[in-house]
Write a protein that binds this ligand. Structure first.
Ligand code: DX5
Ligand code: ZN
Length: 221
């Protein structure tokens, strides 16, 4: 299965999103971080912005909701046409019902886990989700350092996905750079969010470099 590189526009120039989106057109999806200043201590943007990004983006949208009450708000992002909508396990009242709603609208359903949240309670529910996001930093801000302490959780997840023969994308988000992406690929990740690492330099070059590094560390199963 090919590795996916999803640049996070949290690290882009907020005054020039259309230009920035076109600079990452060789990526797989664009990662859009929605923060509500409640679930995380930071605020970004909401549904009207996503609706407009959806209209101008050359690649599909991977929406990451760091918000309270996703049961209420997440379906709107699926209706806006997001390719995938990922909500936090810690915030959802009924994760399975919400995932079913998102799939019913036509989006991929994703569940995200903060670094301190265990994966075990979710292993039985894996068929309900199209992707699982293992946060490799505390959610809220770009430019933080990759937490290697989350890798055992990723290995548990990838072991369960493989043992059950499931097609669940395993995503990492936070501190993913050319220096850390190989660690996550070794542990089983196949979908990589990178903000500062992509927009710091030439985005197309960084995307290619990240992809090649992930591929070099991917186990053949
Ligand atoms: C953090 C966000 C990330 C962030 C990653 O809460 O979910 O998507 O943009 O940024 P970097 O790659 O700079 O750590
Ligand atoms: Zn994110």
């Amino acid at each position: 299965m090919p590795n996916r590189i999803n640049p996070s526009i949290l690290a882009a120039d907020f005054a020039n999103f259309e230009t920035e989106l076109n600079r990452i057109s060789t990526a797989d999806l664009v990662h859009v971080d929605i923060m509500d200043n409640h679930f995380v201590p930071n605020l970004t943007f909401g549904l009207p912005m996503v609706q407009r990004l959806q209209e101008v983006s050359p690649i599909p949208l991977d929406v990451h909701l760091m918000i309270d009450d996703p049961d209420r708000w997440a379906p709107g992002y699926a209706e806006a046409g997001a390719f995938s909508v990922t909500f936090h396990a810690e915030a959802a009242a009924d994760a399975v019902a919400l995932a079913r709603t998102l799939r019913g609208i036509g989006a991929r359903a994703g569940i995200a886990l903060k670094p301190g949240t265990a994966i075990e309670p979710y292993l039985e529910l894996l068929p309900e989700f199209d992707q699982v996001l293992i946060m490799t930093v505390e959610p809220g801000f770009g430019g933080q350092s990759f937490m290697e302490s989350t890798m055992p959780k990723l290995r548990t997840l990838s072991g369960a996905v493989e043992a059950r023969g499931l097609d669940v994308w395993m995503q990492v988000d936070g501190g993913v750079t050319v220096d850390t992406i190989g660690i996550a690929a070794e542990a089983g990740a196949n979908t990589f969010v990178a903000g500062s690492a992509v927009f710091r330099g030439d985005p197309a070059e960084q995307i290619a470099l990240l992809r090649a590094t992930a591929d070099a560390h991917t186990h053949a199963h």
